[in-house]
Write a protein that binds this ligand. Structure first.
Ligand code: G1P
Length: 276
């Protein structure tokens, strides 16, 4: 079944400057855990334990985070502080990490293409860790919900959410035919449309399951919005040639790529998870 999950983490994080001048945005903490770790934990919960980090220059801290820090661990060994490493030790025990570097920032589609060798000929997950997704009431993470759907339908799946008009231009937006409650077969997709061009208010959130034919499609996808190779454009080709599903996930999503979403997530996690 699906074991691999790509994390494109090469982006600059300019909205958080100067905090992200020397530190990757994915390492910004939501309370006491870096954003990227939340995403990796969500993937592991879904059984995606082979993690592929698509990194870039200045992102070493992410790779170090998922490695042992002998000096620190030796220092706090046997003390009460050791407990605070429990979650990251758990992640390192369950998952393995492969690293590849995106040399040029040419868009999300290009970032995913960099994972081609890591993934091979298998379906795989993609997590954009800027989107922090917390489980719905049933307690199941978004990737786990999507893996279940994949087992049933065997085609690429994107997570979607209804967004208000004023935010639509920030997302890939789908049009689809509802095949059951909360599940659509995609008929159209537009990357970051103007409101008047948006085919619906259903926006793509940073969780995907992709079938490996997407790589060849991306290779043949010309640069689109903002001159970047867009995953949304490649997915539209896949939808037209076969099937792509869009899934209105159960859970809560925070846009941690924006300062407002980041603060909202911090408050939520502090009140509901950290304080317990
Ligand atoms: C990317 C995708 C976009 C999607 C969004 C979700 O955009 O290109 O289709 O809606 O992630 O967060 P980005 O926010 O990386 O510019």
């Amino acid at each position: 079944m699906i074991k691999k999950c790509l994390f494109p983490v090469a982006g600059y994080g300019t909205r958080f400057l100067p905090a992200t001048k020397a530190m990757p945005k994915e390492m910004l903490p939501i309370v006491n855990k870096p954003l990227v770790q939340y995403g990796v934990e969500e993937a592991i919960e879904a059984g995606l334990v082979d993690i592929g980090l698509i990194t870039g220059r200045g992102k070493r801290a992410i790779v170090d985070h998922f490695d042992v820090n002998y000096e620190l661990e030796h220092q706090i060994s046997g003390t009460s502080k050791e407990e605070s490493l429990a979650s990251i030790r758990n992640v390192m025990q369950k998952a393995s990490f492969s690293i590849t570097r995106q040399v040029e920032m040419r868009g999300l589609g290009d970032a995913i293409l960099n994972g081609k060798r890591l993934v091979g000929d298998e379906p795989f997950g993609v997590v954009l860790s800027d989107d922090l997704c917390l489980p719905g009431e049933e307690g199941e993470g978004v990737m786990a919900q999507m893996v279940k759907l994949f087992k049933q339908f065997r085609c690429s799946i994107v997570a979607i959410q209804e967004v208000p008009d004023e935010l639509i231009h920030k997302f890939g937006v789908i049009q689809g035919e509802q095949i059951k409650d909360g599940l659509y077969q995609v008929t159209d997709m537009v990357e970051k449309p103007k409101l008047e061009d948006a085919p619906s208010n259903l926006a793509i959130i940073g969780r995907y399951i992709l079938t490996p034919d997407i790589f060849d499609i991306i290779e043949n996808t010309p640069p689109g919005k903002n001159g970047e190779v867009q995953l949304t454009d490649a997915l539209l080709t896949q939808a037209k040639n076969g099937c792509v599903l869009a899934y209105k996930f159960k859970g809560r999503r925070f846009d941690c790529g924006s300062v407002e979403g980041f603060v909202e997530a911090t408050n939520f996690v502090y009140e509901n998870i950290y304080k317990g």
